[in-house]
Design a protein. Structure first.
Length: 296
């Protein structure tokens, strides 16, 4: 089944000293200006990982020592530099059974604002999703592959390294990217944990980093989009059947089964704009803007 997911790959927004002033065009069609407020970051200062009680839609990035975008909830009074909450502690590594300390690197988090619970993909060295009360920081639940206790999952079924994304879908289910194993698992939340529902593979067998980097959901609630950084593709998965519908290249100048990006490497993260367009963050050299045309 063919997919006409995304086309019209727009010119990359190169990150640099003139980032805020960029307003590129393709085929004389203007693109939105990326508005940023950069300020220097002292990378030599020990910075603790901070999970902030802000909207799930918050998008932030740190590139070459600069914070390029920070957003907070409307009306939220936060002083610059104010620590709202700290989960885990620098220099204290927790294993898959620890309910206080995290592993070698958190990759993603989702904040359920109404339930006051933040879900953390504790994916480097550990193999789990762990959740905390976002008001008190108290542990609430955790799970590994197939909803099992993280430390007791057998190696042949375990998440690879890293567990790269946790997100909630339009149906209320939770979705976890197992990047190295190129799969996404779906869960329903239950008291104290999560119940495994289904899994789907994209580009199964992709070597190295794997294929399941990030996910987003279309506004109609019918499809899940998967960022495949290694193969330079965006996959579409039907949420009703949880089957792969197809893919489109993130490098249209050489689109096809052997596509190999010449100017952009791994598509590491992406975010969906209100109109469905995608902002893709590549590890080098920067951002891509792709227009969403639907899935057919």
């Amino acid at each position: 089944m063919n997919t006409k997911l995304i086309s019209a790959l727009f010119r990359a927004l190169a990150l640099g000293s003139a980032l805020a002033a960029l307003a590129p065009t393709v085929n004389a069609e203007p693109l939105p200006t990326l508005v940023v407020k950069p300020h220097a970051v002292d990378l030599g200062f020990p910075v603790d990982a901070v999970v902030e009680a802000v909207q799930q839609a918050t998008v932030g990035a740190q590139v070459a020592g600069r914070v390029v975008e920070v957003k907070a909830d409307a009306g939220q009074a936060v002083r610059k530099g104010e620590l709202l909450m700290r989960i885990g502690q620098r220099g204290r590594r927790g294993d898959d059974d620890d309910t206080q300390f995290l592993g070698d690197g958190v990759t993603s988090c989702f904040h359920d604002i109404e339930a006051r619970e933040v879900f953390v993909a504790d994916g480097y060295s550990n193999h789990r999703i762990i959740a905390f009360n976002s008001d008190t920081g108290a542990f609430t639940r955790m799970w590994g592959a197939f909803g099992e206790k993280p430390s007791q999952v057998t190696p042949d079924r375990q998440y690879g390294s890293p567990v790269h994304k946790i997100a909630r879908g339009p149906n209320g289910h939770m979705y976890v990217c197992d990047r190295e194993n190129s799969r996404i698992q779906e869960f329903a939340l239950v008291a104290g944990g999560a119940c495994f529902l289904r899994e789907v593979y994209v580009a199964r067998g992709t070597p190295g980093f794997g294929a399941a980097f990030d996910i987003a959901f279309t506004g109609d609630g019918h499809f899940m989009l998967v960022a495949d950084g290694v193969n330079a593709r965006i996959w579409s998965v039907a949420l009703d059947s949880f089957e792969v519908r197809g893919w489109t290249s993130t490098f249209v100048d050489e689109e096809g089964t052997d596509n190999s990006p010449a100017t952009h490497s791994l598509v590491h993260r992406f975010a969906m704009e209100p109109n469905g367009d995608l902002l893709l963050c590549a590890t080098t050299p920067g951002f891509l803007h792709m227009r969403y045309l639907g899935v057919s």
